[in-house]
Design a protein around this ligand. Structure first.
Ligand code: HEM
Length: 156
C-alpha cells in the first residue's frame, strides 16, 4: 500500500533531518560520554560522577528524544529500505539495550559514585553500547539492501 510521505517531496528535508539527528546525538551521547569518561577516571577529578550526571541528565534526555523523533522521520522516508538493512536492525537492538542500560545499571552506579572497578566496567559497557548504535547509523548507508538481520540469521 503506497502512503504519500510529504518528506519525500523536498530534497532538503532528509539532509535537514540528518543534521537535527546529529545535533541530537551531540546532546545525548556527548553528555553520556562525559559521565563515562569520569567513571573511567579520564579527567574531571574534582567532580563526582553523580554531580556530573545530575548536571547533564536533562541534556541527555532531550538529546535522546530528538534522536528518536528525527530518526523515525528519517526512517519514514524509505521504511522498506531501512528495516531490511542489518545495520539498521542491529542499531535498533543496541539502541534499546543502550537506553535500558543508561536508565538502570548505569544510573545506579553513577548516583552511588560506585567504586572504581564497578564504575570502570559500567563506563566501558556504556561507551561500547552507544558506539555500536553510532556504527549502525553510519554503516546503514553502506550495507547492501535486503541484507536484513532476519536473512542473516536465516529466520523464516
Ligand atoms: C540515540 C540514538 C541514535 C543515534 C546515536 C543515532 C546515530 C546515527 C548516526 C551516527 C547516523 C549516521 C549519520 C550520517 O551518516 O550522516 C544515523 C543515521 C540514521 N539514523 Fe540514527 N541514531 C539514533 C536513533 C535513531 C532512531 C531511533 C532511528 C529510527 C527509528 C534512526 C534512524 C536513522 C536513519 C534512517 C538514518 C539515516 C541513514 C542514511 O543515511 O540513510 N536513528 N543515526
Amino acid at each position: 500500500m503506497f502512503i504519500h510521505n510529504p518528506l519525500n517531496d523536498s530534497e532538503l528535508s532528509f539532509p535537514i533531518l540528518e543534521c537535527i539527528h546529529i545535533i541530537g546525538f551531540t546532546f545525548s551521547l556527548g553528555t553520556i560520554a562525559v559521565v563515562d569518561f569520569r567513571l573511567l577516571d579520564w579527567g574531571m577529578p574534582h567532580q563526582k560522577p553523580s554531580q556530573l550526571y545530575q548536571d547533564t541528565a536533562a541534556f541527555t534526555l532531550v538529546g535522546i528524544i530528538v534522536m528518536i523523533f528525527s530518526g523515525l522521520l528519517l526512517f519514514s522516508s524509505d521504511p522498506d529500505m531501512y528495516y531490511l538493512n542489518v545495520a539498521f536492525d542491529l542499531k535498533m537492538v543496541f539502541l534499546l539495550l543502550a537506553i535500558l542500560f543508561n536508565y538502570t545499571i548505569h544510573r545506579s552506579a553513577v548516583l552511588e559514585d560506585a567504586g572504581s572497578r564497578r564504575a570502570k566496567a559500567v563506563g566501558w559497557i556504556s561507551l561500547g553500547l552507544w558506539s555500536a548504535v553510532i556504527f549502525g547509523g553510519i554503516f546503514l548507508a553502506f550495507i547492501n539492501e535486503g541484507l536484513s538481520l532476519k536473512n542473516l540469521l536465516m529466520i523464516r
